[in-house]
Design a protein. Structure first.
Ligand code: ADP
Ligand code: ASP
Ligand code: MG
Length: 422
């Protein structure tokens, strides 16, 4: 892919946790960059994640001292950002050992400015002047993913998996030719290849499907990196760090730039699994107008994303029962928001109960718009495997079902067999 561009085209490469997982792997990444640098690629910027397992270890360390400090405070973000800092230092050292001058850059150096929503901060701007100055002097920029700084100079993190988003945001700021996401699989597959061995590599993917797949749990790309790619028409390529450069990969690019679009899309491009969900059931919701709107309004203000919603029934006392799913990490916040609202508004019967042990399985595809019967096939395929559906939601381009977590992997395989390989 590099052949398509002049050697002075800015290129951003991102390496995920496994790609920099140990000393040898860091040296291998440095060797690849050194080769490209020697070949004359003069505008390389590399974004690195923490080494695999490192961020989880840091989360545990925070939990050990303060179970309540999790997700949402400056201390939590400061601890988590340390993992990327170490990777930047190690890759810089490895590049220098290869004889390549490198410039280590943490978020404050590039002024990767975010809002102050700790643990899920959004990038507002990046000042790339230092990278341009470094390139003039023949240096490779090595940038910490996942982290940012607020207006008050506090460290923030972008949400788990957020280094992908750092990389695409940097690619946009640098007006890069493309952003290469180097990971531990060949690209985006029709399902997680670790769960579904017969999953197929998707060589070209539109941003819309990729965004839906990422949002619904396919972990290979952080949803916001796809959103940014689409917004700024930044081509993204996902490839395997551990295979040679001519190997298979996935391209995401604006439709008009791709050369081999199939004439008609399949109904379903991919099947995804999200195990990090919980169900909240609200009981005693007063039937007076606006009570439901108030609950969801409050959750929205707090940044809690509400997904599958079922408006269950009216109970004997005339109050309503409503169920919805949230990310597990938002569960406590969702429950306390409901408690607070109930107290403030005097909704004495309003209660939120939580259920975990669930998973959301989705079939995604823009082709679904023009195919009938996707819902029927989904239900039949799951029923044939005796899998109970607990909740359902559909849109034009996806159908999601909530099932017991124990049945989740079987459900992914059933839907993949039905729509992709069947
Ligand atoms: P990195 O550390 O490089 O960011 P991640 O672990 O975040 O890598 O994402 C890569 C993983 O995503 C793969 O190892 C794979 O198991 C998982 N995955 C889930 N769904 C998909 C999919 N549809 N295609 C490819 N990989 C997927
Ligand atoms: N290190 C962070 C995480 O584990 C960010 C990333 O890997 O993208 O979530
Ligand atoms: Mg990742």
């Amino acid at each position: 892919m590099y052949q398509r561009f002049p050697k002075d085209a800015p290129i951003v490469q991102k390496y995920g946790g496994t790609s920099v997982g140990d000393a040898q792997r860091i040296k291998d990444v440095a060797a690849r960059l050194a080769r490209q640098h020697r070949e004359g690629w003069s505008k390389l910027a590399v974004v690195v994640s923490a080494r695999s397992g490192e961020t989880n270890r840091l989360v545990e360390m925070v939990r050990e001292v303060s179970p309540k400090a999790v997700e949402g405070g400056p201390a939590y973000d400061m601890a988590l950002a340390a993992g990327e800092q170490v990777s930047v230092a190690l890759l810089t050292a490895a590049l220098e050992a290869e004889g390549v001058p490198a410039q280590p850059l943490l978020a404050y150096k590039l002024d990767i400015r975010t809002d102050s929503a700790h643990a899920k901060a959004r990038i507002r701007s990046i000042d790339s002047a230092q990278i341009h100055a470094g390139w003039e002097r023949g240096r490779v920029a090595v940038v910490a993913g996942f982290q940012g700084v607020t207006d008050d100079q506090e460290l923030t993190t972008l949400g788990r998996g957020g280094s992908d988003t750092s990389a695409v945001a940097l690619a946009v700021a640098l007006d890069a030719a493309f952003c290469e996401i180097n990971t531990d699989v060949d690209g985006v597959f029709t399902a997680d290849p670790r769960l579904v061995p017969e999953a197929r590599l998707i060589e070209q993917l539109d941003y819309e499907t990729a965004l839906e797949m990422a949002s619904l749990g396919s972990k290979v790309l952080h949803p916001r990196c796809v959103e940014l790619g689409a917004k700024w028409r930044m081509p993204l390529v996902v490839r395997n760090t551990f295979t040679p450069d001519h190997h298979r990969r996935t391209w995401l690019m604006p439709q008009s730039d791709s050369q081999t679009q199939p004439i008609e899309a399949l109904a379903v491009s991919g099947v995804t699994l999200d195990r990090a969900i919980a169900r909240v059931t609200l009981t005693g919701v007063p039937r007076e107008r606006g009570a439901i709107a108030e609950v969801f309004g409050r959750l929205g203000e707090l940044g809690v994303n509400v997904d599958v919603i079922v408006h269950d029934r009216v109970d004997a006392d005339g109050s309503m029962r409503v169920g919805f799913t949230v990310a597990k990490s938002d569960l406590e916040q969702a429950k306390s928001a409901v408690r607070e609202l109930a107290a403030e508004r005097g909704y004495t019967g309003l209660q939120a109960t939580a259920e975990t042990g669930l998973a959301k399985v989705s079939a995604v595809g823009v082709g679904m718009r023009s195919y009938a019967g996707v819902a029927g096939r989904t239900f039949r395929a799951l029923a044939a495997k005796d899998i109970d559906i607990r909740m359902i939601s559909t849109s034009e381009i996806k159908i999601s079902v909530v099932v017991d977590d124990k049945a989740a992997e079987a459900a992914v395989r059933a839907l993949h067999a039905e729509f992709v390989t069947g």
